[in-house]
Design a protein around this ligand. Sequence first.
Ligand code: NAD
Length: 251
Amino acid sequence: MFLDGKTALVTGSTSGIGLGIARALRAEGASVVLNGFGDEAAIAKLCEELDARRINTDLTTVEGAEELMASAGKVDILVNNAGMQHVAPVEEFPVDKWNAIIALNLSAAFHTARLAVPQMKEQGWGRIINVASAHSLTASPFKSAYVAAKHGIAGLTKTLALELAQCGITANCISPGYVWTPLVENQIPDTMAARGMTREQVMNDVLLAKQPTKKFVQVEEVGAMAVFLCRDEAQNINGANLSVDGGWTAE
Ligand code: NAD
């Protein structure tokens, strides 16, 4: 398999999109390092299924990112995926939520990348894949921290791409639209409160209203894109922001 001998570290991979990416990379032979939180028994099962190590450091802190990279060892494929969301009007947006979202959705990717790059440069090969969002290209109300962090990670990705272009390393964003994962499910109550809507109205008039297909993206589709970015055929895809959003950002 084409990723035999390569190690992939996927942040936030105990759930949702990160887990989908980890499964897809493992299926191509990569050794996978999982990161994230959740039900311990379920995570132990995942580690067994994927023959994976799991390092559960908190990526809202610099120390957590540093500990993750020190424990992971050699990383050939770095997938910055861990993320969180909070939905509230800007004047009510809790400052601690702002700080945590910027730390996890943006700063953690800087820290993991700065620590992974020396080894990637030394071996002359690497892939940095940042899971951004349609919200890296467009905004929605009540998501100030998330939209700011996602626009930021798109900029970070372009900078990494330019700096590393001659080192055999590519850096790209994958930007999904709405994917049915716990992150999306959990924001429904807050969105109901912020917009004064029912659950059904949030699903149809807010979430899927944006997606021309009127369907959620599947985690397997995002995983397949990550796999493609690791192929030699993708060596000139660099600094791109690849939308997997059913046409949302084509508007
Ligand atoms: P999820 O909530 O299902 O998974 C998030 C993962 O991050 C989990 O493994 C969780 O344990 C981990 N995590 C949370 N806090 C952490 C912390 N402090 N340190 C380390 N790990 C932590 O979410 P998801 O929907 O799979 O989202 C994954 C990524 O995809 C996020 O960056 C998100 O912004 C992005 N995204 C999601 C969607 C969507 O519709 N679901 C759309 C676009 C982009």
